[in-house]
Design a protein around this ligand. Structure first.
Ligand code: ATP
Ligand code: ATP
Ligand code: MG
Ligand code: MG
Ligand code: MG
Ligand code: MG
Ligand code: MG
Length: 276
């Protein structure tokens, strides 16, 4: 690299490496999506095309970065979890966040026409902000993900009832808001059922639970993978070649999108490689 009298400016750069040995969560969130919904005519309360597009962009991010162990998305946001052992970009915040945000945004824009074939993208273009947070324990990380999934449930129940009152009940937005002020979950379920014959339990899983993205290391047709999984479940000291092999396997594994409960233990017990 050329040495010049200008080189010293580099020393102004601040280190922003994240705490070692902690789970890194990078969350992206759509900027001004309330306006985006109006501009592009998103269906309320849930536009399936827009959610599928979020999932496609997130899937591309996970496939591109094998260091990501799980992703979880609702509405206009997606959280990506880096394993606590991750050393990508020496854990520098700005590198991690900017890479995720731009990879996500690029894929969102690229795939737009697949999900909105009749609605060309124009201005305002979709953009996303991003942040990184470190969680020191698996419990903290799972509580973080549970927090997002509870948010999904609460918002979706509210939005489903609100839009039923507006679209099916003929109320104005203000009237619907007033009707729902102070109501509990049970009240909303009751309004949906008695007034509109909607059983909330029968709403689509993607709307109720959000979307989980992870590498599916279990191939039901392969005994070999099952054996390797046993290896993975125990965090033994791995040799370098094992680490390399594992990395390769992760990068080759199928990335899947599911709509499952990630609050209860079952999801994690069935997929021990995600947090091991
Ligand atoms: P900010 O820039 O601060 O994030 P915002 O307008 O994006 O502002 P959010 O709190 O992120 O605010 O809310 C996102 C909005 O977009 C919510 O109103 C949500 O209902 C709506 N939205 C997101 N995805 C969809 C979707 N698939 N279908 C319908 N509405 C959606
Ligand atoms: P990193 O991901 O760490 O940034 P990098 O390969 O992008 O790795 P940079 O230090 O950013 O490394 O360097 C960018 C490289 O791309 C340089 O070698 C530069 O000469 C080359 N490059 C950038 N723009 C052009 C261009 N318009 N025409 C030809 N070469 C270019
Ligand atoms: Mg925001
Ligand atoms: Mg937003
Ligand atoms: Mg949001
Ligand atoms: Mg560079
Ligand atoms: Mg570069």
């Amino acid at each position: 690299m050329a040495n010049s009298k200008f080189e010293y400016v580099r020393s102004f750069e601040q280190t922003d490496a994240l705490l070692p040995n902690t789970w890194i969560v990078v969350r992206v969130d759509g900027r001004a999506f309330t306006k985006m919904c109006a501009n592009y005519g998103f269906e309320k309360p849930n536009d399936r095309r827009a959610l599928d597009l979020m999932n496609a962009a997130a899937k591309a991010v996970v496939a591109d970065l094998p260091e990501i162990t799980i992703g979880y998305g609702i509405s206009d946001e997606f959280s990506f979890v880096f394993h606590k052992s991750c050393d990508l970009f020496e854990r520098r915040t700005s590198k991690l966040v900017s890479t995720i945000v731009s990879t996500f945004t690029a894929n969102y824009v690229y795939s737009w026409s697949t999900y909105f074939p009749d609605t060309p993208l124009s201005f305002p273009l979709p953009t996303f902000d991003g942040r990184a947070v470190c969680y020191p324990s698996v419990q903290n990380l799972r509580d973080y993900l549970s927090w997002r999934q509870v948010d999904c449930h609460i918002n979706n129940l509210y939005n489903t009832t609100f839009w039923a009152l507006v679209q099916l009940g003929g109320l104005s937005n203000k009237e619907a808001e007033k009707a729902l002020a102070g109501t509990l979950s049970a009240d909303k379920n009751e309004i949906l059922f008695s007034r509109f014959h909607i059983n909330y339990n029968n709403e689509p899983e993607m709307f109720k639970k959000g979307s989980v993205i992870f590498r599916d290391l279990v191939d039901p047709d392969s005994h070999k993978v099952a054996e390797e999984m046993d290896d993975l479940a125990e965090p033994v000291q791995q040799s370098k070649s094992q680490v390399e092999k594992d990395k390769k396997r992760r990068s080759k594994a199928r990335v899947v999108v599911e709509h499952l409960d990630i609050i209860k233990d079952e999801f994690w017990d069935k997929r021990p490689w995600i947090l091991s």
